[in-house]
Design a protein around this ligand. Structure first.
Ligand SMILES: *[C@@H]1O[C@H](CO)[C@@H](O)[C@H](O)[C@H]1NC(C)=O
Ligand SMILES: *[C@@H]1O[C@H](CO)[C@@H](O)[C@H](O)[C@H]1NC(C)=O
Ligand SMILES: *[C@@H]1O[C@H](CO)[C@@H](O)[C@H](O)[C@H]1NC(C)=O
Length: 515
């Protein structure tokens, strides 16, 4: 920052002018009071001297500033640095690491925190995403559970966490199992598995989308310190715990060298925070001591909400869906089926095109003035009338706040209300099946309406006539290798009665969401 010399001189002039006026006005006032003339006169002199002193110091200050600016202009140190860099370059080239393959699923080791009490139900969630022959990881329990022989082939190996009774736990609301669970990172590291790049933590009710997890981790250098995850959907939770914390249920990833650094200090670190509530805030406290910030990836979902996830999922941020959590707390993601059955249905599209799973696209049926929002592999919504893209990409509040008394907008992202008007209620079509046509290299997914919509008296065409929505989309394994952009959708002309046909794919040149 260079302050011109002229400006300082100008300030000095203003100051002197101001000084003159002040002294004169002081004198004028004092003439009225003859008795105090002498003392006032010396007072004025004192004031003048005082201002002169200030002016001189100001002048010196300005000059110092100007000479300092000269130093900046000359920048005598920079050439030295440049020189050092250039002299170092050859040796750095020599030590370039050999070409490394990109991260794949076998580089990840999962550490799942589970409890014996809930194991019978919760293991069903793990079975949904666990691939025994491809994945590595361990489920950590506090005590032995009854082994079911058929489970062995569908679940990670089970282990019992080491004793943590020597650690202090002083949170009145939480449970001391938090200490055990936060030590899973270190305990998994100590197993000494080879070729590990990332440790990924999750709960027994976390469901991961493996391909997308890999895709996200590929962006980061596993040889450096990374702590990757996401915050809560509840603003209050983030205030009570931390916006800098990766929520454990949503899952988080710790790079190998960071896990090594953590393991060395974690037990000491845990003792310093006996008052914390959970396992994930204990991890965050140690991360703060290590100076490693949270790298936020919005595809990890803690889902600290109640009710219907439709609003959140249908307007998923433009980033790969990595995890789902609190599936016991929210309603099943598809209506009229059990929670596990609903998630099983999602596995169909997950297999065909994981990158595109749940991703939103927005388009209009121009002839009928409907707005259409596709959440690929999950749901299609038809709205009467035209909603802008910026409204449609905002989650509708179909879900409830984690804190029931909280402000209904207390989310760390924008949300929109669910319309109360009968005519503005969306027609929701849920995935019923998804197949892949190899010849066309295209997926065909079908969505049907389960819930009835109320009667509406608008003259506009009525989506009630649409019973089925068919969506065609090419799988796009490279979607996340490109800059993030929502896919585009187009309503296809069709003669099929009661059916709407939609194409989803990369936007064409100049294609925008406009009516
Ligand atoms: C993952 O990469 C390693 C090399 O680091 C390779 O040996 C292995 O076969 C790859 N695994 C898969 C499943 O692609
Ligand atoms: C789904 O459940 C609702 C209420 O629970 C019921 O009214 C509706 O008929 C069910 N739909 C189907 C397709 O089973
Ligand atoms: C299918 O299409 C996608 C997108 O154009 C392409 O990336 C992929 O390689 C294709 N797959 C096959 C099997 O042709």
């Amino acid at each position: 920052m260079i302050k011109p010399f002229g400006a300082s001189i100008y300030h000095l002039f203003v100051l002197i002018k101001h000084l003159k006026i002040t002294t004169m006005s002081t004198m004028k006032n004092n003439f009225k009071d003859q008795d105090h003339l002498y003392s006032s006169w010396s007072f004025s002199k004192l004031m003048a001297f005082f201002f002169l002193l200030i002016s001189i110091s100001y002048l010196f200050y300005s000059l110092r500033f100007v000479s300092h600016s000269f130093d900046c202009d000359q920048t005598p140190h920079i050439p030295t640095i440049t020189h050092r860099i250039s002299s170092n370059t050859p040796s750095e080239e020599e030590s370039t690491p050999p070409f490394e393959e990109v991260t794949n699923i076998s580089h990840i080791v999962f550490g799942i925190g589970a409890s014996a009490k809930l194991w019978k139900q919760r293991k069903e969630y793990i079975k949904l995403w666990w691939r025994p022959n491809e994945m590595r990881g361990v489920v950590w329990l506090e005590q032995k559970v009854k082994a079911e022989p058929q489970d062995e082939n569908f679940l990670p190996p089970l282990r019992i966490s080491s004793d943590t009774s020597r650690f202090k736990y002083k949170n009145p609301k939480g449970h001391r199992s938090a200490i055990r669970i936060s030590r899973i990172v270190s305990e998994t590291l100590r197993l000494g598995m080879e070729d590990v790049r990332w440790f990924v933590m999750g709960d027994d009710d976390t469901v991961f989308v493996a391909e997308n997890l890999v895709k996200v981790l590929q962006k980061y250098d596993h040889n450096q310190f990374y702590y990757i995850g996401s915050s809560s959907e509840s603003h209050l939770q983030n205030i009570y715990f931390s916006y800098n914390m990766a929520y454990g249920g949503g899952g988080f990833a710790i790079s190998y060298p960071l896990a090594v650094a953590l393991e060395k200090m974690q037990d000491r670190c845990i003792q310093r925070y006996p008052g914390l509530y959970g396992s994930d805030d204990r991890i965050q406290a140690c991360m703060a001591e290590l100076g490693v910030p949270l790298t936020k990836e919005k595809g990890f979902h803690q889902f600290d909400v109640y009710g219907n996830l439709l609003g959140l999922l249908a307007a998923h941020p433009v980033t790969p869906l990595v995890s789902l959590h609190h599936l016991d707390v929210v309603e099943p993601i598809f209506p009229n089926v059990s929670r596990v059955q609903a998630l099983k249905r999602l596995k169909g599209p997950m297999k065909l095109d994981p990158a595109g799973l749940i991703q939103q696209s927005i388009c209009y049926d121009k002839a009928r003035t409907w707005t259409i929002s596709v959440s690929w592999g999950y749901a299609v919504q038809i709205f009467r009338g035209t909603f802008s893209a910026r409204e449609m990409e905002m989650p509708a509040r179909t879900f409830l706040n984690w804190y029931k008394r909280a402000d209904y907008t207390a989310y760390p992202f924008n949300t929109r209300p669910v319309s109360r008007h009968v005519c503005q209620k969306p027609f929701v079509y849920y995935l019923s099946k998804a197949v892949y046509d190899e010849g066309a290299n295209e997926t065909a997914s079908q969505y049907v309406r389960v819930q009835q919509n109320p009667d509406c008296k608008w003259k506009m065409e009525d989506p009630t006539q649409i019973k089925v929505v068919e969506v065609y989309k090419k799988p796009d394994p490279h979607l996340w290798d490109k800059a993030p952009r929502r896919n585009c959708c187009r309503v296809r002309r069709t003669k099929k009665k009661g059916t709407m046909v939609i194409d989803v794919g990369e936007c064409r040149e100049d294609e925008v969401v406009e009516l």
